[in-house]
Design a protein around this ligand. Sequence first.
Ligand code: FES
Ligand SMILES: [Fe+2]
Length: 414
Amino acid sequence: MPIRVESVSTSLLVTPAIRRTIRQQKREPLQLSLGKGRKMQSLPTVPAAQTLAQKLALFNPDLPLDKASTIPKLWYLDPEIYAAECKSIFANGWQCVGRVDQLAAPGRYITAEIGGEPVVVARDNDGRLNAFSNVCRHRAARVALEAEGSASCFRCHYHGWTYGLSGKLKGVPEFAGVCDFKKQEIALPSWSVDTWGPFVFVHARSAAAPQPLLEFLSPLVKQSDGLDLSALKFVARKEYILECNWKLFVDNYLDGGYHVNTIHPSLAGVIDYKRYRTEVFAQSAVQISPLKPGDLSSVRSGGSAYYWWLYPSFMLNIYQDTMDLNLVYPLGPSRCKVIFDFFFRHTEGEESRRFIEQSIAVADQIQDEDVRICEEVQKGLASSSFETGRFSVRREAAGYQFHRLLAASLKTAL
Ligand code: FES
Ligand SMILES: [Fe+2]
C-alpha cells in the first residue's frame, strides 16, 4: 500500500516510523497529495544506500530503453562513486590526452590528469612516444609541471631526482649508502600509449595488454574514412572549468539534439531537427544531423554535422572544413574541466582567418549555453525532489548506452 501524506511539506510529517516503512517498501512509489482538487503525484522512493554495491544497485541497466530510468542522482554527487569512476573508468580504458602535433620532436612532452592520475607523455630521442606516471618515486611530487613543453630529462622540482624521456630514473642526489636501492631498476610506472590521426591516447593497464586502440575506436575510424580529417590542422585550444559532474556534460552531449531548439536557438536554425538521428555502438555513438540554411550557415554548412562520442569522455564534432574535439576531465564529484581543440581545413589568408574567428566564436557561444544548463542541472540534482529521470525513446538512446557502460565499469570496482 502506498503511504499517503497530506501535505507538500513531507519532511515535517514523515515520522521515523513512516520512514522505516518507506525503507521496507523499497521501490514502491510515494503518493503525495498536493491539496484539495489537485492531482496525486508519484515520487520515486529510493532506499538509503550505504555500501558501494547498494549504490550501484539503484540503477537497472537491463531494461529496454522505453522502460529504463537514468542513473540515480547519487551517482552525480557521491564521493565514493567518484572514486570508483576514477579507478574503474579513467584508469582502465583508452583516454585521449592531447595531440600528436604537441609531441612532434624528441623531448616534447604533455601532461594530463586522468581521473586523479597525473600522467606524462614524452617523445624520446629515438622518436618513440612514452607515457608514464607524473609522480616522483621519492616523495610523490610531480616530475613535469607544465601542460606541455620540451625537456632533455625530467628533474623533480622537490629534491632533484631526474628521469629520462622514457621515465627511467637517471639521477639521485645524495643517496649513497641506502640499502636495497638499485637506481637502474626504478622507473615511473608506465602507461600504454598510441595515436589515431591527430590524437594521442593513453591506457593505464599497460601490463594487462589493453584492447588495441583501433579496435576501441571502431567504428569511428571506418566511418570517418571518407571525411578526409587528416587534412584538418589544429589552430586553437580553449579550456572551461564547469561546476558540475563530468557525466552531466556527456549526458547533455548525448541527448540526440533534444535540447538544441530550447538551449541553442542560433544553432537550431541550421540543424534539420526532424532528420537528426543517432546510431549507438558498443562503446561509442554518432549523432548525425543534416544541415539546412540558417544564420550560422557561413561557419556551419555542408551536408551533415557528425557528433561522435567515445566512452567515456571523448567527443568529436565534425562539420565541413572544420572539427572540434571536446574532452572532459573529472576534477571531483561536482567539478570538471572541458577542453576544446579546434581544427580547420583552410588556415592561410584573410578569408580563412575570418572563418576561423567566427567559427570559434560560435562554438564558444554554444559552449556557454551548455555550461549554464549543465551547472543548473547539477544544482537541481542536489534537490530532495529529484531521484532519477526517464529517457526519450526517439532521442536519448545514446544517453542510456552511456549509463549502461558506466554501470558495467563501476561493477568492476566492487
Ligand atoms: S619528491 Fe621528487 S625528488 Fe623528492
Ligand atoms: Fe548543447
